[in-house]
Design a binder for this molecule. Structure first.
Ligand code: S3P
Length: 172
């Protein structure tokens, strides 16, 4: 039944810490669609954590792997995809994801991202002394890319994951 409701992929984009993985899992359960987390898939393929790969090979090499996996997953249908926060840096990724999917942007304020990620050491791009400055810089650089890539925008500040899931199902 849900498959007739959503005959396309639901693709979650947004900054680190906006809840893409949490909400993606809940959505996939609620809609009985398969869930694919791109970061997890990349780690499976690489046989190591993204942070290790960044350290070993650098960001450019990571983006190449990410791009190949985006292309591969984009050709599938009826799945919920949660993307890494940097997927918007290459608009060919976005074009690929849009072929079979609707792109949902999850947004959060800097303070919310900080609160969600301050204890987290899995994000190589946030290994900074001053986390707030780092988050602000990245958001400044990427903000317009997120907006222009999105088909729908959802604010997540102060909301429970399930509230956002309900909102997504209502709006799509
Ligand atoms: C990145 C976000 C991460 C991961 C990698 C790079 C980014 O994914 O892909 O560390 O450039 O924003 P999450 O958004 O799931 O943390």
């Amino acid at each position: 039944q849900s498959k007739t409701l959503f005959p396309f992929n639901i693709v979650l984009i947004g900054f680190m810490g906006t809840g893409k993985t949490t909400i993606g899992k809940l959505l996939s359960k609620g809609l009985d669609m398969e869930f694919v987390d791109l970061d997890t898939l990349i780690e499976e393929r690489l046989g190591m954590k993204i942070s290790q790969y960044f350290e070993k090979e650098g960001e450019a090499a990571f983006r190449k792997v990410e791009k190949a996996i985006v292309e591969e997953v984009s050709s599938r249908a009826n799945i919920v995809i949660s993307c890494g926060g940097g997927v918007v840096l290459d608009q060919e990724n976005i074009a690929n994801l849009k072929k079979n999917g609707k792109l949902l942007l999850l947004q959060a304020k800097v303070e919310t991202v900080l609160e969600r990620l301050k204890e987290d050491d899995t994000r190589p791009l946030l290994k900074a002394q001053d986390l707030v400055v780092k988050i602000k810089d990245l958001l400044d650089a990427r903000g317009s890319l997120y907006i222009k890539s999105a088909d729908y925008v959802f604010d997540t500040d102060g909301k429970k994951p399930q509230d956002i899931v309900d909102e997504v199902i209502k709006r799509l």
